[in-house]
Ligand binder design. Structure first.
Ligand SMILES: CC(C)(COP(=O)(O)OP(=O)(O)OC[C@H]1O[C@@H](n2cnc3c(N)ncnc32)[C@H](O)[C@@H]1OP(=O)(O)O)[C@@H](O)C(=O)NCCC(=O)NCCS
Length: 164
Protein backbone atom coordinates (compact mmCIF):
# COMPACT_ATOMS: atom_id res chain seq x y z
CA UNK A 1 0.00 0.00 0.00
CA UNK A 2 1.07 3.57 -0.62
CA UNK A 3 3.20 4.34 2.45
CA UNK A 4 2.96 8.13 2.38
CA UNK A 5 -0.70 8.48 3.35
CA UNK A 6 -1.84 9.80 6.72
CA UNK A 7 -4.97 8.26 8.24
CA UNK A 8 -7.03 10.19 10.78
CA UNK A 9 -10.50 10.75 12.21
CA UNK A 10 -12.54 13.12 9.99
CA UNK A 11 -13.70 16.52 11.22
CA UNK A 12 -16.64 18.67 10.18
CA UNK A 13 -14.48 20.74 7.80
CA UNK A 14 -13.83 17.60 5.72
CA UNK A 15 -17.46 17.41 4.60
CA UNK A 16 -17.15 19.67 1.55
CA UNK A 17 -14.18 17.89 0.03
CA UNK A 18 -15.67 14.46 0.53
CA UNK A 19 -18.81 15.72 -1.24
CA UNK A 20 -16.62 17.00 -4.08
CA UNK A 21 -15.14 13.51 -4.52
CA UNK A 22 -18.48 11.75 -4.89
CA UNK A 23 -18.82 12.62 -8.59
CA UNK A 24 -15.35 11.94 -10.04
CA UNK A 25 -14.41 9.07 -7.73
CA UNK A 26 -17.54 7.13 -8.70
CA UNK A 27 -16.73 7.58 -12.40
CA UNK A 28 -20.07 9.22 -13.17
CA UNK A 29 -21.98 6.10 -12.06
CA UNK A 30 -25.71 6.55 -12.88
CA UNK A 31 -25.05 10.02 -14.34
CA UNK A 32 -26.24 13.26 -12.77
CA UNK A 33 -29.02 11.49 -10.87
CA UNK A 34 -26.40 9.17 -9.35
CA UNK A 35 -24.21 12.10 -8.28
CA UNK A 36 -27.19 13.80 -6.59
CA UNK A 37 -28.22 10.55 -4.92
CA UNK A 38 -24.70 10.08 -3.49
CA UNK A 39 -24.48 13.69 -2.28
CA UNK A 40 -27.79 13.29 -0.43
CA UNK A 41 -26.45 10.13 1.18
CA UNK A 42 -23.53 12.03 2.75
CA UNK A 43 -24.98 14.94 4.76
CA UNK A 44 -22.86 16.97 7.17
CA UNK A 45 -24.20 15.05 10.16
CA UNK A 46 -21.79 12.19 9.41
CA UNK A 47 -18.90 14.62 9.97
CA UNK A 48 -20.44 15.79 13.23
CA UNK A 49 -21.79 12.70 14.94
CA UNK A 50 -20.09 9.62 13.43
CA UNK A 51 -16.40 10.54 13.32
CA UNK A 52 -14.85 8.13 15.89
CA UNK A 53 -15.83 5.17 13.70
CA UNK A 54 -14.95 6.90 10.42
CA UNK A 55 -11.58 7.44 8.73
CA UNK A 56 -9.97 9.69 6.19
CA UNK A 57 -6.65 9.38 4.32
CA UNK A 58 -4.58 12.28 2.99
CA UNK A 59 -1.48 12.60 0.86
CA UNK A 60 1.51 14.54 2.24
CA UNK A 61 0.23 17.67 0.43
CA UNK A 62 -3.09 17.37 2.28
CA UNK A 63 -5.20 16.30 -0.70
CA UNK A 64 -7.90 13.74 -0.03
CA UNK A 65 -6.93 10.14 -0.87
CA UNK A 66 -9.72 8.06 0.67
CA UNK A 67 -12.48 8.00 3.27
CA UNK A 68 -14.74 5.60 5.13
CA UNK A 69 -17.93 6.51 6.99
CA UNK A 70 -19.14 3.83 9.40
CA UNK A 71 -20.79 3.30 12.77
CA UNK A 72 -22.01 0.71 15.24
CA UNK A 73 -25.74 0.08 14.91
CA UNK A 74 -27.84 1.94 17.48
CA UNK A 75 -30.47 -0.80 17.13
CA UNK A 76 -28.34 -3.93 17.24
CA UNK A 77 -25.03 -3.77 19.18
CA UNK A 78 -23.90 -6.96 17.37
CA UNK A 79 -23.84 -5.09 14.06
CA UNK A 80 -21.70 -2.34 12.55
CA UNK A 81 -22.47 -0.60 9.29
CA UNK A 82 -20.20 0.89 6.64
CA UNK A 83 -22.21 3.64 5.03
CA UNK A 84 -19.80 4.98 2.43
CA UNK A 85 -16.26 4.33 1.25
CA UNK A 86 -14.25 5.93 -1.52
CA UNK A 87 -10.66 5.80 -2.74
CA UNK A 88 -9.19 8.26 -5.26
CA UNK A 89 -9.15 6.38 -8.60
CA UNK A 90 -5.45 7.24 -9.01
CA UNK A 91 -4.82 5.07 -5.93
CA UNK A 92 -7.10 2.12 -6.67
CA UNK A 93 -5.70 -1.37 -6.34
CA UNK A 94 -3.08 -0.47 -3.71
CA UNK A 95 -4.87 -1.94 -0.71
CA UNK A 96 -6.18 1.36 0.66
CA UNK A 97 -9.82 0.25 0.67
CA UNK A 98 -8.81 -3.00 2.40
CA UNK A 99 -6.78 -1.05 4.96
CA UNK A 100 -9.76 1.20 5.79
CA UNK A 101 -12.05 -1.81 6.19
CA UNK A 102 -9.55 -3.70 8.34
CA UNK A 103 -9.24 -0.67 10.61
CA UNK A 104 -13.03 -0.54 10.86
CA UNK A 105 -13.27 -4.28 11.57
CA UNK A 106 -10.77 -3.84 14.43
CA UNK A 107 -12.72 -0.93 15.91
CA UNK A 108 -15.94 -2.89 15.61
CA UNK A 109 -14.47 -5.98 17.28
CA UNK A 110 -13.28 -3.86 20.21
CA UNK A 111 -16.89 -2.70 20.62
CA UNK A 112 -18.10 -6.30 20.74
CA UNK A 113 -19.58 -6.24 17.24
CA UNK A 114 -20.02 -9.61 15.49
CA UNK A 115 -20.96 -8.64 11.95
CA UNK A 116 -20.55 -5.79 9.48
CA UNK A 117 -23.15 -4.78 6.92
CA UNK A 118 -23.33 -2.39 4.00
CA UNK A 119 -25.26 -1.92 0.77
CA UNK A 120 -24.42 -0.76 -2.73
CA UNK A 121 -26.13 -0.11 -6.05
CA UNK A 122 -26.49 -3.23 -8.21
CA UNK A 123 -24.78 -1.30 -11.03
CA UNK A 124 -21.61 -0.79 -8.96
CA UNK A 125 -19.64 -3.80 -10.21
CA UNK A 126 -16.37 -2.60 -8.63
CA UNK A 127 -17.99 -2.35 -5.22
CA UNK A 128 -19.51 -5.80 -5.58
CA UNK A 129 -16.14 -7.34 -6.56
CA UNK A 130 -14.32 -5.47 -3.78
CA UNK A 131 -16.76 -6.57 -1.06
CA UNK A 132 -16.60 -10.18 -2.27
CA UNK A 133 -12.78 -10.06 -1.96
CA UNK A 134 -13.13 -8.64 1.56
CA UNK A 135 -15.18 -11.68 2.58
CA UNK A 136 -18.69 -10.26 2.45
CA UNK A 137 -21.67 -12.38 1.46
CA UNK A 138 -23.89 -10.67 -1.07
CA UNK A 139 -27.69 -10.71 -1.33
CA UNK A 140 -29.86 -10.83 -4.41
CA UNK A 141 -30.88 -7.44 -5.84
CA UNK A 142 -33.35 -5.87 -3.39
CA UNK A 143 -35.83 -3.84 -5.47
CA UNK A 144 -36.80 -0.37 -4.14
CA UNK A 145 -34.73 -1.05 -1.00
CA UNK A 146 -34.00 2.65 -0.36
CA UNK A 147 -37.14 4.00 -2.06
CA UNK A 148 -38.81 3.80 -5.48
CA UNK A 149 -36.21 2.95 -8.11
CA UNK A 150 -33.39 2.77 -5.54
CA UNK A 151 -32.48 -0.91 -5.76
CA UNK A 152 -29.60 -2.21 -3.65
CA UNK A 153 -27.56 -5.32 -2.97
CA UNK A 154 -26.74 -5.98 0.69
CA UNK A 155 -23.40 -7.28 2.04
CA UNK A 156 -22.80 -9.06 5.34
CA UNK A 157 -19.48 -10.16 6.83
CA UNK A 158 -18.99 -12.04 10.07
CA UNK A 159 -16.26 -10.81 12.41
CA UNK A 160 -16.28 -14.08 14.32
CA UNK A 161 -13.03 -15.38 12.80
CA UNK A 162 -10.17 -13.85 10.87
CA UNK A 163 -10.29 -14.49 7.15
CA UNK A 164 -7.72 -14.35 4.38
C1 LIG B 1 -14.38 -0.08 -4.14
C2 LIG B 1 -13.12 0.69 -3.75
C3 LIG B 1 -13.36 1.38 -2.38
C4 LIG B 1 -11.93 -0.28 -3.62
O1 LIG B 1 -10.80 0.44 -3.12
P1 LIG B 1 -9.30 -0.02 -3.46
O2 LIG B 1 -8.39 0.72 -2.54
O3 LIG B 1 -9.05 0.10 -4.91
O4 LIG B 1 -9.36 -1.57 -3.07
P2 LIG B 1 -8.11 -2.46 -2.58
O5 LIG B 1 -6.92 -2.16 -3.39
O6 LIG B 1 -7.97 -2.38 -1.10
O7 LIG B 1 -8.63 -3.91 -2.98
C5 LIG B 1 -9.05 -4.88 -2.01
C6 LIG B 1 -9.37 -6.16 -2.77
O8 LIG B 1 -10.52 -5.94 -3.62
C7 LIG B 1 -10.19 -6.22 -4.98
N1 LIG B 1 -10.82 -5.20 -5.84
C8 LIG B 1 -10.84 -3.88 -5.63
N2 LIG B 1 -11.47 -3.26 -6.65
C9 LIG B 1 -11.82 -4.25 -7.52
C10 LIG B 1 -12.46 -4.25 -8.79
N3 LIG B 1 -12.88 -3.11 -9.36
N4 LIG B 1 -12.66 -5.44 -9.41
C11 LIG B 1 -12.23 -6.59 -8.84
N5 LIG B 1 -11.61 -6.65 -7.63
C12 LIG B 1 -11.40 -5.49 -6.99
C13 LIG B 1 -8.68 -6.11 -5.07
O9 LIG B 1 -8.16 -6.92 -6.10
C14 LIG B 1 -8.23 -6.56 -3.69
O10 LIG B 1 -8.12 -7.95 -3.61
P3 LIG B 1 -6.85 -8.61 -2.85
O11 LIG B 1 -6.57 -7.75 -1.64
O12 LIG B 1 -7.34 -9.95 -2.47
O13 LIG B 1 -5.76 -8.58 -3.83
C15 LIG B 1 -12.74 1.73 -4.85
O14 LIG B 1 -12.74 1.08 -6.10
C16 LIG B 1 -13.67 2.93 -4.93
O15 LIG B 1 -13.50 3.91 -4.20
N6 LIG B 1 -14.65 2.90 -5.85
C17 LIG B 1 -15.55 4.03 -6.08
C18 LIG B 1 -16.44 4.26 -4.89
C19 LIG B 1 -17.32 3.06 -4.55
O16 LIG B 1 -17.86 2.39 -5.41
N7 LIG B 1 -17.46 2.80 -3.21
C20 LIG B 1 -18.21 1.61 -2.73
C21 LIG B 1 -19.67 1.84 -2.63
S1 LIG B 1 -20.11 3.02 -1.38
Amino acid sequence: MSADLTFRQPIEDDHARVLAALGPWWGGLKGEAGAKERALLVPRLYFQHFTPTSRLAERPDGTLAAFLIGFVSQTDPDTAYIHFVGVDPQLHGQGIGRSLYEWFFGQARESGVRKVKCVTSPQNAASRAYHARLGFEVSEVLPDYDGPGLDRVAFTRSLAAERA
